[in-house]
Design a protein around this ligand. Structure first.
Ligand code: ARG
Ligand code: ZN
Length: 854
């Protein structure tokens, strides 16, 4: 069935109290739910109450303590006829967590029990109105064998505990904050905690625990530091304070997503908790910090104010992503973090927005909500709120968020509520801006600057491309930060914010005797594609001189993108390549640049991004063009790159910006050298590997070696495996590094790794390490004979019965066929059709495949 946003109706019943009693066991868990139900005075009255279920078998059922007959099953749901205004329902279900391979609801992971309820997992535990606008106060009692499950956790506060019969014990938890069912959580297992405490701004003492398996305790320090920093930052930046005496985090190895913000009991994928220098890269450290912050920030943007329905998902996700991005900018430095965030947006969200799965940040319909935890909802959602912040300025924006938090605290709210708070609190006029919520597709802005006499005239034209179900589009309000540079002095008169609101507008600037150089969409102030008509030498000028770090990066990217798309189309412009070389050399030598930023400027645009810039992209030619440029740069600037590598190699390990930057340019230098000189670089990379005292250097070197045909490759891959055997997250890296490699035989390698004893389809991290890494590796995935497509289609078919949510996440890679050249497009489409023909597809995969086929 298709669920429509316009069909929203409040639920006819309130559930003021929910009491859950669990008799826990890995293979058999018995759940007794006791719900108080009352008619909802704000809703249309109904003679029945519908309690959602998913694969549940009803045991006992009582109404007001007595056996009752007025209930039937409707599909998976339990429908109860109720007279009168208030009742107590008692519902018993029995579930087998060990068989729950979907990892939704209550499931077993490495001998422990844990839950994932967002979006619709609670209905796999008990019958309940499993929708985010039904808020209830939860009391939970758990009993379990003491030896197997010494730690028993749920939301809120631990109110009581004791010993039971036959080696069991029990615990009672109460969460004072009413919440929707998707925020319920329970954990039982043999865990140890890193414990700490935090005093909030009003003086509340909060106990902090990070629960992990025994051996993982030494890897939790970074997560704990990140949590405390997040708590301070949210007080200082958004005025948000924590509201319980206890904050628990639990790390689990089997998890579909990154983490989950359950009230007072966040559950995390181990990948976003555990980090130490020996096993985590700098990127992993940053991801831990960002995800810890993200889930913590949800306590206000998500939990205190939740979503009325799942169409409003971006209300909490877009806003919370913006909050975690701003936090990380403050922790790590604004320029580099902004560039990283834009790179993710362009390589994942832009392709989504230009393909068959395009949807607005507030969708109008869905079949399976799990399919809408997308980069559009999260990352574009964050960009849309960031634009409001840019238009209002940080102080007025804060007034808007204060009003939002105050006005809607305790409610299940809508995106419209957020926009209205921004209008009333931040003083913005957002009538037209609401189109960012309703229209899908990445706007394209064409910019032309004309100089005449004393005047510079900037003409901006926007188009919003058609997307599925939305053929006609209205102009969007697009805030563009711009500056006009004086070529001779490399200065400008100050930045300004231009609002493009119509299809076409011209803005004029007086007092320019010479034609200025246009710097536009500085800081990436709007999530659009800018096509600027600008001479190449002006891009070179901006790449060397722009004082906005993002704009400087952008100039370099545009320069390389123009060149590479031309090469891929069959015309090689040596003058252009020479200009890129000059800019590249200047970046390597610029003594004022920090290495972290130097690295950003040196990174060439990715193949997915390049493919997006043309119609009917040929991934093979794009790959060759990009490798060709890398080889030329590696050859031409070999001495400088080796000098850069040597210099960076001498910086000792540490977490300072300087040391982290050095590690970034170190491996980057190797990637250029490897393209030019495989044998020499294999030795150099092996040297880096052998000398490494941290995972960033070690995995960086291994990544370079994995793409080369050399004896060093085999030896280091074996060493890495033996060194880290049994360490799940590090062995994930071993799989991913090989699947993402530039090696010509990558498909054979992936097929062989699938047979490795450490590979399993049951663990999402392992599946993603091998197969997502491969699907995102253009040279393997887009093999001209279609074998990469077939491999991924086979994965989808094999994984779908085990874990449909994870299986469905592979579909978009095949779904991009409309933007790929005809030969490959046909092969991709054929694989989608082969999947579609399977008679037993899950709702998740079925929706994605049928939308992709159109
Ligand atoms: N709310 C979580 C987060 O972004 C993600 C949960 C996703 N769950 C799912 N079934 N898709 O922090
Ligand atoms: Zn989130």
């Amino acid at each position: 069935a298709i669920i429509q946003r316009k069909d929203y109706k409040p639920f006819p019943w309130l559930i003021p109290q929910t009491h859950l009693s669990f008799e826990l066991g890995l293979e058999k868990t018995r759940v007794t739910a006791t719900l108080t139900v009352e008619r909802n005075p704000e809703a249309e009255a109904s003679p029945t109450i519908r309690l959602n279920g998913d694969g549940l078998k009803l045991g006992e059922f009582k109404c007001d303590g007595a056996k009752c007959s007025g209930h039937t099953m409707d599909g998976d749901d339990l429908v109860v006829t109720l007279e009168g205004d208030s009742h107590t329902l008692t519902i018993v279900t029995e579930i087998d967590p060990s068989q729950n391979t979907q990892l939704m609801g209550l499931f077993a992971s490495g001998g422990m029990l844990c839950t994932q309820c967002e979006a619709e997992g609670f209905r796999r535990i008990t019958f309940f109105p499993d929708r985010p606008d039904v808020l209830s106060t939860y009391t939970v009692r758990m009993s379990a064998p003491n030896a197997e499950f010494p730690v028993l956790l749920s939301n809120g506060n631990n109110t009581d505990s004791g010993e039971g019969e036959g080696g069991t014990h029990w615990a009672e938890w109460h969460d004072p904050w009413p919440k929707p069912s998707y925020l319920f959580a329970l954990v039982a297992g043999d865990l140890v905690a890193n414990s700490d405490s935090f005093t909030t701004m009003s003086g509340r003492e909060v106990t902090l625990n990070i629960y992990v398996r025994d051996g993982d305790l030494p890897r939790t320090e970074h997560a704990m530091e990140s949590l405390k920093k997040s708590m301070v930052w949210d007080e200082e930046t958004f005025g948000r304070e924590y509201d319980l005496d206890l904050f628990n985090i639990v790390a689990v190895s089997d998890f579909n997503m990154g983490a989950m913000e359950n009230k007072g009991l966040n559950i995390f994928n181990t990948k976003y908790v555990l980090a130490d220098p020996e096993t985590a890269t700098d990127g992993n450290f940053d991801a831990v910090e960002g995800v810890i912050a993200h889930e913590y920030f949800h306590n206000w943007s998500g939990n205190r104010i939740t979503c009325r329905d799942w169409f409003q998902l971006s209300l909490k996700e877009g806003f919370t992503v913006l909050r975690d991005q701003l936090f990380s900018q403050d922790m790590q430095g604004e320029a580099v973090k902004r560039i990283e965030d834009v790179r993710v947006l362009r390589s994942v969200q832009f392709p989504e927005d230009s393909g068959p799965l395009a949807h607005p940040i507030r969708p109008d319909s869905y079949r399976e909500i799990s399919n809408f935890y997308t980069s559009t909802i999260y990352n574009k959602g964050a960009e849309v709120i960031r634009m409001m912040r840019t238009m209002a300025g940080p102080d007025a924006f804060r007034k808007g968020t204060d009003l939002y938090f105050g006005r809607h605290d305790g409610e299940a709210a809508t995106c419209e509520d957020f926009v209205r708070s921004m209008e009333d609190g931040a003083g913005l006029e957002l009538e037209q801006f609401r189109r960012w919520y309703s229209q899908a597709g990445t706007p394209v802005v064409e910019a032309v600057l004309v100089h005449d006499g004393d005047t510079a005239a900037l003409t901006l034209k926007q188009t919003v491309p058609p997307t599925p179900g939305q053929v006609e589009k209205q102009p969007m309000p697009i805030p563009l930060r711009i500056a006009l540079f004086d070529r001779a002095t490399a200065t400008h008169r100050g930045e300004e914010l231009v609002m493009l609101t119509d299809a076409e507008q011209t803005f004029t600037y007086e007092g320019f005797a010479e034609k200025p150089v246009l710097s536009i969409n500085r800081g990436f102030s709007a999530p659009v594609t800018v096509r600027r008509d600008i001479p190449q030498d002006e891009l070179v000028f901006l790449a060397a001189n722009d004082d906005d770090p993002f704009a400087r990066y952008e100039a370099m990217q545009d320069l390389v993108t123009d060149y590479l798309t031309q090469v891929a189309a069959g015309s090689q412009d040596d003058a252009m390549r020479a200009a890129i070389g000059e800019a590249f050399a200047a970046i390597m030598q610029d003594g004022d640049l920090e290495d972290a930023m130097r690295g950003e400027l040196m990174i060439l645009p990715g193949e997915t991004y390049l493919a997006e810039q043309v119609d009917a992209a040929d991934p093979g030619r794009i790959h060759e063009a990009r490798q060709g440029l890398k080889a030329w740069l590696g050859e031409t600037f070999g001495d400088q790159l080796r000098a850069l590598h040597d210099r960076a190699n001498n910086v000792p390990y540490g977490q300072s910006a300087e040391a982290r930057g050095a590690r970034k340019v170190k491996t980057l230098a190797l990637t250029f050298l490897a393209a030019a000189d495989a044998d020499g670089t294999a030795k150099r990379a092996a040297g880096q590997y052998d000398a490494a005292d941290n995972m960033t250097d070690r995995q960086g070197a291994l990544m370079v070696l994995a793409g080369l045909n050399s004896p060093e490759r085999t030896a280091r891959l074996m060493d890495f495996y033996n060194r880290y055997r049994g360490d799940e997250l590090t062995i994930d890296k071993w799989f991913a590094t090989q699947a993402a490699s530039l090696h010509p035989n990558v498909i054979e390698h992936v097929k062989a790794l699938a047979e490795h004893p450490d590979f399993t389809m049951r663990n999402p991290n392992r599946v993603r390490s091998l197969y997502m890494a491969f699907a995102a590796n253009p040279q393997g995935f887009h093999a001209p004979d279609g074998s990469g497509y077939k491999l991924i289609a086979d994965v989808i078919l094999a994984l779908d019965p085990i874990n449909p949510q994870t299986a469905a996440r592979f579909v978009p890679y095949l779904g991009r066929f409309r933007r790929i050249e005809a030969g490959r497009a046909k092969l991709m489409r054929a694989e989608l059709e082969r999947i579609a023909a399977s008679p037993t597809l899950s709702r998740d995969t079925h929706e994605q495949v049928s939308r992709s086929l159109g």
